[in-house]
Design a binder for this molecule. Structure first.
Ligand code: GSH
Length: 258
């Protein structure tokens, strides 16, 4: 049975799952959801309207962490979760950090740089606070790498989950300072992995396609908010702005329960 991945190559969560699939040498095909018009097709698989979604015969798995857990069960080699309980717990915690806080910082940076560039002038204080928060986050990740080559000791999902967010932040102009030498070296090590190289090339092609599209999946006039993304917007002083976005129908929230 060939696995089927519902994807958009710009999504860091899709990229996490795809790198895991490459690392495991899995056979899979991809349904690239890259036009807004394909949203209905995606909703039939994932009622949250989010990528990634994985279909394996009759089984549908949604959410990148659940998908990676499933892949770990059906394709245990090579393992991407450490075997020792302490390292395993650390790996899961760091993957969660990537999926929540690191994602939110990347999402808001993308908002300021690409989707709502006018915000840089309208909310200069928020833009500056965001840059400072990104630098603090880089420093925190650098500390996590103290005495370790990989975030959870051995190469694992904690590394895979962080990389797409971090390379996006760097692409958007965030600089990993020389004071964060361990993080810089980790990014270089990650980028040299064939799985990561292959995925990054696909993301760049998707980025060029999305920029030229008249109906991109990630639309500037209908932005997907949730959890820590909202929390960070509020922390940065964007609560009133976000309330106006909701009122104008430009903010979209996923829902598990109708
Ligand atoms: N918790 C989910 C998050 C997935 C997610 O947020 N996907 C975003 C792309 S990064 C999405 O599909 N958003 C729908 C939209 O923007 O319309 C996971 O880990 O897979």
């Amino acid at each position: 049975m060939v696995l089927r991945l519902y994807a958009n190559s710009l999504s860091p969560f899709v990229r996490k799952v795809r790198v895991v699939l490459y690392e495991k040498g899995a056979a899979f095909d991809t349904v690239e959801i890259e036009r807004g018009a394909q949203r209905e097709e995606l909703l039939r698989v994932n009622p949250r309207g989010e990528v990634p979604a994985l279909v394996d015969g009759e089984t549908v798995v949604n959410g990148s962490a659940a998908i990676c857990d499933y892949l770990e069960d059906v394709l245990p080699e090579p393992p991407l979760l450490p075997a020792a309980p302490a390292a395993r717990a650390r790996c899961r915690a760091l993957e969660h950090l990537a999926d929540t806080q690191t994602d939110a910082l990347q999402f808001l940076s993308f908002l300021f740089a690409v989707r709502r560039p006018e915000l840089r002038d309208e909310e200069p204080g928020a833009a500056a606070s965001l840059s400072a928060a990104v630098q603090r986050h880089f420093a925190a990740l650098d500390r996590e790498l103290d005495g370790r080559e990989w975030l959870a000791g051995e190469f694992s999902r904690a590394d895979v989950a962080h990389l797409p967010h971090l390379t996006s932040l760097v692409y958007l102009g965030a600089r990993i300072s020389s004071g964060c030498g361990r993080l810089r070296a980790w990014v270089d090590r990650m980028r040299r992995r064939p799985s990561v190289e292959r995925d990054a090339a696909q993301a760049m092609v998707a980025w060029e396609r999305a920029r030229g599209s008249d109906d991109p999946f990630f639309r500037a006039d209908r932005i997907h908010w949730r959890g820590e993304r909202v929390e960070w917007a509020v922390r940065l002083g964007l609560a009133a702005w976000l309330a106006r976005e909701v009122e104008a129908g430009r903010a979209y929230f996923s829902c598990d329960i109708a």
